[in-house]
Design a protein around this ligand. Structure first.
Ligand code: DON
Length: 613
């Protein structure tokens, strides 16, 4: 094991400052947008250095420290995710699940599904009232929302399969243990999220969560030190025993006990059909074939079912590939050459291209609602949905005017305060990990495992509980995404890696945001690959979101008025601008032509991009 202060996380000096210093604060340089993008002479080998982007500065520091210690992208991703489970309880987790892509510098990409599963005793009838209507919050705020967690097995599997082995698993857990044991200062984001009514209601209803996050009945405020001894002990057991130490023994028992207690408080809606230690013992991650497509000479690698993200991304890129998107960029260039202000196209997309983008999204989400689900339970017709004929049909069906009546492919015939988190890692060998993980909504179900210190997810709300009834993200679904024992709910998480010409990694990207994950990733990819915007500009640019149902398109503030006007008048698009909303939080790394990584954490939230010195 590499000798380092990190290998002695709980002994010695005190306090978060010590942790922060141990984590190598001083050795880091901020993210840079490097040099000359037109320098084509350089051989595009491995990047000059690695980088980590995550939604909390302390977690990003942990990742870079692991890279500096000789760990690879998989090691750094595992350590970063575990640190997020401590410092970002809104979404970082042990009690949730997610997806990870490992894309090596050379060789085959690999994807891991550590999505939560439905306990064996659950069935849709538990979510319905006597009249067969879905009872609003059962899949969100009660044990009926909680799927069997996948993260502890997922992270261990990533370490085992692709970790460098120059660091022991315990070394990857050590920074998270230190942060849980010593504590860390609550940042403005956590303080703000704890004050939000939706989170507060859920967390205050749970005695353990209330004690941790609302001591004396008041939410933790910025700067207060949050110490999590129970979580530190859980992580220590995990560090010693790997995934088995979570899925059996004291931690597994604590999960089941907590859920039974929570059900008692709610008047026994689950009763003896609760999650059991057998459900935990039976949990298995799945290695899945990544979805791979091509867009303008770039190999786009993303997550397949039970996530819908990769499919929607590839469908939209393929549809758009047949439209003259380059006109926009050429016009901007021409205007610039003539010294004219690059008018409405300042943020890249003309009204015409934006209309095509919206219509392509609408079609992809129609297919998602009808056909996507857990591939272990339903046959997802991926080949049909990506077939050139179907993509061409879709493209031809896009006219000058919006078409909300578009339907899904046929064989032969919003609420606020969501939280997921994404991390992107690149090592200096050119390997990449793109990982998205979640509890579903902010702080998940709000149920904190009493003696183990972590929150449980409410991922089962991602199922389609009844035909046509939208989930918390307004998504509807069909039979393919019906809740069944052992099944995984459909996801929108879109961890993605792009390889230039199928060769070196050129972009590592992902985002939180429910269905807006898919459209956020899509828009940044388009801006970088087609509009040749810098990663920073592409991520900062205003976003829009279209998910088939509802029919209207939602937009962040900041779109040029002329674009909005043309979309409405000329293309018949129904638009709803939400100046206060933020769509997603993209965490991405681009490898520039001079081999320098440009790492960007979305300014919409409080993450951090860090590049190795
Ligand atoms: O898997 C999904 O699609 C959702 N459970 C993700 C939730 C999410 O992204 C919340 N976000 N910020």
């Amino acid at each position: 094991m590499v000798k380092s202060p990190l290998s002695d996380p709980v002994g010695g000096a005190h306090g978060w400052l010590r942790s922060a210093l141990l984590l190598g604060l001083l050795g880091l340089v901020p993210a840079c947008r490097a040099a000359d993008p037109f320098d084509q002479n350089e051989q595009l080998a491995t990047p000059r250095r690695g980088a980590v982007v995550a939604e909390h500065p302390l977690a990003a520091q942990v990742g870079v420290t692991i890279l500096n210690m000789g760990g690879n992208a998989a090691d750094a991703a595992v350590a970063t995710a575990l640190a997020l489970a401590v410092v970002y309880p809104q979404a970082g987790n042990l009690g949730g699940g997610g997806f990870a892509l490992w894309v090596p510098h050379e060789g085959q990409p690999w994807s891991l599904d550590f999505r939560e599963t439905t306990p064996a005793g659950y069935g849709t009838e538990l979510y319905l009232d006597a009249k067969g209507a879905v009872v609003g919050d059962r899949s969100l705020n009660t044990p009926l929302g909680v799927g069997v967690p996948g993260s502890p097995q997922g992270l261990f599997e990533l370490y085992k399969t692709h970790g460098s082995k120059s660091l022991r698993f315990a070394a990857l857990c050590a920074p998270a243990i230190a942060l849980a044991h010593d504590g860390f200062p609550v940042d403005s984001w956590l303080a703000r999220d704890l004050r939000k009514a939706s989170a507060k209601g859920r967390l205050m209803a749970d005695p353990a969560a209330r004690g941790l996050f609302y001591p004396g009945g008041e939410p933790l405020s910025e700067g207060e030190i949050l110490v999590q001894p129970a979580l530190a002990r859980t992580l220590e057991r995990y560090a010693r025993g790997g995934q088995a130490a979570f899925y059996s023994g004291p931690t597994a028992n604590a999960v089941v006990r907590t859920l039974i207690e929570a059900d008692k408080r709610l008047g026994h809606i689950v009763g003896d059909r609760h999650m059991t230690t057998q459900d935990l013992a039976d949990y298995r991650v799945q290695v899945r074939k990544p979805l791979v497509g091509w867009f303008r000479g770039h190999q786009v690698i993303s997550m397949g079912p039970p996530s819908s993200g990769g499919l929607a991304l590839l469908q939209v890129l393929a549809i758009l590939d047949g439209f003259p998107l380059d006109d926009d960029r050429n016009k901007v260039r021409r205007d610039q050459a003539l010294g004219l202000p690059a008018a409405a196209e300042a943020c890249g997309l003309s009204a015409r291209s934006t209309h095509w983008l919206v219509e392509a999204m609408r079609r992809a989400f129609a297919d998602r609602a009808q056909h996507l689900g857990d591939p272990d339970f339903v046959d997802v017709p991926l080949n049909k949905l990506l077939a050139p004929e179907w993509i061409a049909d879709r493209r031809i069906s896009i006219g000058e005017r919006s078409n909300p009546g578009v339907q899904a492919w046929r064989a032969a015939a919003p609420r606020e305060s969501f939280q997921t988190t994404h991390l992107s890692v690149l090592d200096k060998h050119g390997n990449a990990v793109s990982m998205t993980t979640t509890l579903n909504t902010s702080f998940g179900s709000g149920i904190l495992v009493a003696d183990a210190g972590f929150l449980l997810n409410n991922e089962l709300d991602d199922f389609s509980l009844a035909p046509g009834v939208p989930n918390t993200y307004g998504l509807i679904g069909a039979e393919a995404n019906r809740l069944l024992p052992g099944k995984r709910p459909l996801s929108s998480m879109t961890p993605t890696v792009i390889r230039e010409g199928g060769g070196r990694v050129s972009l590592v990207i992902g985002s939180p945001g429910g269905p807006r994950i898919i459209t956020a990733v899509m828009q940044v990819v388009l801006r970088v690959l087609v509009y040749e915007q810098s990663l920073e500009d592409a991520i900062t640019a205003p976003r829009l979101h279209q998910q088939w149902k509802p029919e209207w398109t939602r937009l962040e503030g900041g779109w040029p008025a002329s674009v909005l006007e043309t979309l409405e008048s000329q293309h018949g698009q129904e638009l709803r601008v939400e100046p206060k909303s933020k769509f997603g939080s993209v965490q991405a790394i681009q490898v520039l032509n001079n081999r320098e990584p440009a790492a960007v954490s979305d300014p919409r939230r409080g993450g951090r991009a860090m590049v190795q010195p």
